[in-house]
Design a protein around this ligand. Structure first.
Ligand code: NDP
Ligand code: PYC
Length: 344
């Protein structure tokens, strides 16, 4: 499918998924990544746009371009994969993006999970600027259970504290099920993702109560007040705060990456990508549940629906994906023009 011409500067337009991937790939290469890194990031970013995960789709490209231009991240990084123990793989991402590091470690990680029943991947010296579900969903499509955490940049006040310390620190989980796409959730441990605050600020929208505080530590629903000297709150008070702390420990302390408060990008104007770490745990459920696990997860979904549940995490994404693949990925027309400019 080829792109439809935009009707006006603020309208949305559509572009075929494959065409969007190719365009993004050109943008990444033009801004200093290797073709291999470009292919991985372009697919990741286009997939987010395709699924309606807007805070981590095309919206992120100016940030990628700016961070690459600043020299903060290595766009042609060569990740170094280490086989540490029977169930442990370690990767030094070479100050590059986390997704190419995951791709480099993937075959060894899957082989270990299938042989030992469980395997852990510790990525350090990495930048993650994307949604986390693309890192776990493909494993569940292969019958494995996957859990991943990544820490970001200081912008969240721990529950009961006075100043920001944690990142927005998402947790993503994926499990196979018998009669449908895998069960997947992916959520920031902040009350709202930083990307969504930026989008609300850009649109001039107010946020729901309880998302963040202004520079004086006072509750605010103004996204600009959060972005300009304010901070976010964890979701669910002390509970989300504890999960965010766990993410710092697993994604940074355990991997050898930076805590969200440990890196300083002040000397790299334009830097946008958190330089931290990521942890991924893979479980082969056939080792404990035989071929039964996917049936059991299907049964859980059946019972949830019988209890009145209408929407599972991931349902909205999959509906948007189906529509995008049928009629094209909906993209802001102005953003698409900008991508074409950057690509050429
Ligand atoms: P949301 O709050 O929008 O969604 C969180 C999860 O809940 C999703 O799996 C979503 O499924 C599901 N969900 C949402 N609403 C409902 C509902 N009414 N009923 C059932 N399930 C529901 O996500 P966040 O704002 O917390 O995070 C957005 C993205 O930001 C994530 O992809 C995350 O990885 C990314 N992020 C990345 C960071 C990084 O450092 N790289 C840092 C922080 C966030 P569905 O998708 O189908 O709507
Ligand atoms: O939306 O919070 C966020 C985020 C941080 C890093 C990448 N995305």
């Amino acid at each position: 499918m080829s792109a439809q011409p935009p009707t006006d500067a603020t309208a949305s337009t559509t572009i075929g998924f494959t065409e969007l991937v190719a365009l993004l790939q050109q943008v990444f290469v033009r801004h200093g990544t290797s073709p291999e890194v470009a292919a991985i990031l372009a697919h990741n970013c286009a997939s987010a746009e395709r699924d309606g995960a807007h805070s981590h789709g095309v919206f992120r490209i100016p940030g990628y371009v700016s961070t690459l231009n600043s020299g903060w991240v290595n766009g042609s990084a060569l990740p170094v994969v280490e086989d540490v123990a029977s169930g442990f793989v370690r990767v030094d991402a070479d100050n590059g993006f986390a997704q190419p590091a995951l791709a480099a470690a993937r075959p060894l990680l899957v082989a270990k999970a299938r042989s030992a029943g469980i395997a852990l991947l510790a990525i350090r010296n990495s930048h993650h600027f994307a949604a986390l579900w693309p890192d776990v969903e493909p494993f569940a499509e292969e019958g494995l259970v996957a859990l991943s955490v990544v820490n970001s940049m200081t912008c969240v006040v721990p529950h009961g504290a006075d100043r920001p310390l944690f990142g927005t620190n998402p947790i993503a989980f994926a499990a196979p099920r018998a009669d449908g796409s895998p069960i997947v959730f992916d959520l920031a441990t902040s009350a709202i993702a930083h990307g969504d605050v930026q989008i609300a600020a850009r649109k001039g929208e107010r946020l729901p109560p309880g998302m963040g505080v202004d520079s004086l530590g006072q509750p605010t629903q103004d996204p600009k007040a959060i972005l300009e000297g304010g901070a976010l709150l964890p979701f669910g008070g002390h509970k989300g705060s504890a999960l965010s702390m766990m993410v710092e420990l697993l994604a940074a302390a355990l991997t050898g990456g930076n805590f969200s408060f440990e890196f300083n990008w002040a000397d790299h104007p334009g830097a946008r990508t958190p330089w931290t770490g990521q942890l991924l745990i893979l479980i082969d459920p056939s080792k404990t549940a035989g071929q039964n696990f996917a049936e059991r997860s299907q049964e859980l979904v059946r019972q949830m629906h019988a209890a009145g549940l209408r929407r599972l995490p991931g349902d909205r994404r999959h509906r948007t994906r189906a529509k995008s693949l049928e009629t094209g990925v909906e993209v802001d027309a102005h953003a698409l023009d900008q991508l074409r400019e950057w690509a050429h």
